[in-house]
Design a protein around this ligand. Structure first.
Ligand code: G3I
Length: 384
């Protein structure tokens, strides 16, 4: 009897603890689900790198309220897509337009974000008066006025500057920009020195596209080494990352991450997007310099004008998964990943290289819904 009693008590205790365990597991499962569902890009990658987006006029002036909500929820760093380019912020020698840039910085501050300035010295979207300068001293004075004034104005508020943008040719030699023609090689060093003087605490970066290419990579390595040899401050290399479903290869990107990080500078992916559309040079191997107007309205160049078929959606998700797997592998070297636009409807790739197409290169679709690529990237963090 005594033994039977003991067995009964033991069995009861066992059942209670089993039910308890099941409950605990259930609670843990629900907790995990809630955590997973509440993950956003910025919370998922909080321990890895800043994650952000380029913003346009309608984000900055507050008109696009839906996109603004998404920006605040998903991102912790911003880059201005166009409003801080020379032609917009400093259109004439003695005219500075701070209306949009003030609103831009206020938007970043309101959301407690890492705020990027794009871009101080670039051959494109320049104010016309710069193209009329033909002597070195005048060009130096103008660089000084531009950089001192703008970096000085936002000292301590813009945290990171693209100081020089796209100064290299595809073979790694220096591009024949108006700055190079008039001032020679030293304009790059001069620009970095001016920026460092104007805000010693700001992060100063060189930014360019196709930096996965071995020849261009060698050019960047030389450029950074030259600055370092002169004792000039350079903190990072921004790889723009305008990529496609097919390329560049993960290996080429990785080799550049390693090469830049070996120089002791941070690596950033500053303008990430992945085109899903055919481009003219895929068709005929033609040089990029050709005029693409003749392809406007050609349906073969715009195969997904309504929705993106599942097969391509899946390819895009896989491509982003591969890219982010690489970023996570090198998170100790990468400080920021910024998408070039908030959602597909706002991407510059709808109008370049052929106007009026429907591209789908980002993580959010035209209705601002997260795409499979978004889930896939967040999924990498859930696995961890
Ligand atoms: O603001 C005018 C508007 O008034 C006019 O009605 C309209 C007519 O086309 O043009 C508007 O300006 C356009 C501007 O974007 C703002 O939307 C320009 O034509 C257009 O050329 C300009 O394109 C920008 C491009 O830089 C200029 O080179 C893209 O939005 C911007 O995404 C792109 O960004 C660059 C980065 O700064 C550097 N890296 C490459 C990247 C992609 O080209």
């Amino acid at each position: 009897m005594k033994i039977n009693f003991k067995i009964t008590v033991f069995l009861l205790l066992f059942m209670v603890s089993a039910i308890g365990c099941e409950k605990k597991e259930e609670v843990e499962e629900v907790e995990e689900q809630v955590n997973e569902e509440s993950l956003t890009l910025k919370s998922a990658f909080a321990d890895d790198f800043f994650i952000g987006s380029a913003v346009n006029d309608n984000h900055i002036n507050g008109k696009d309220t839906l996109a603004l909500q998404l920006i605040g929820k998903e991102f912790n760093t911003l880059t201005p897509e166009n409003i801080m380019k020379w032609m917009n912020i400093h259109p004439e020698e003695n005219t500075f337009n701070y209306d949009m840039s003030d609103q831009y910085v206020a938007l970043g501050e309101k959301n407690n974000m890492h705020i990027v300035g794009h871009t101080l010295v670039w051959h494109s979207q320049l104010a016309p008066y710069i193209n009329t300068i033909s002597d070195s001293a005048t060009m130096a004075d103008n660089l000084k006025s531009h950089i001192n004034t703008i970096v000085g104005k936002y000292k301590g508020r813009i945290h990171s500057w693209d100081v020089v943008n796209e100064a290299l040719n595809e073979d790694g030699t220096l591009r024949e920009s108006i700055f190079l023609k008039v001032m020679g090689n030293d304009y790059i060093n001069y620009a970095f020195q001016l920026a460092a003087l104007a805000d010693p605490a700001a992060e100063l970066n060189y930014n360019d596209y196709n930096l996965w290419k071995p020849e261009k990579r060698a050019g960047v390595v030389q450029l950074v080494k030259d600055l370092q040899a002169k004792g000039t401050k350079i903190d990072g290399v921004g790889m723009q990352a305008h990529w496609s479903l097919e390329g560049p290869s993960i290996e080429d990107i990785e080799n550049s991450i390693l090469a830049y990080s070996d120089l002791g500078v941070k690596v950033m992916f500053t303008e990430l997007d992945v085109t899903v559309l055919p481009n003219p040079w895929d068709l005929n191997g033609a040089a990029v310099e050709q005029n693409y107007d003749k392809f406007e309205g050609d349906p073969t160049m715009n195969p997904y004008p309504n929705t993106l078929p599942d097969s391509i959606q899946n390819k895009l998700a896989k491509r982003y998964e591969d890219i982010f797997n690489l970023f996570l592998k090198h998170k100790d070297k990468i400080s920021r990943v910024t998408f070039w636009g908030v959602h597909d409807g706002q991407s510059w790739l709808n109008d370049w290289p052929i106007k009026g197409r429907t591209n789908h290169p980002l993580l959010f679709d035209r209705k601002l819904n997260p795409k499979k690529a978004y889930q896939q990237i967040i999924g990498l963090k859930k696995q961890n």
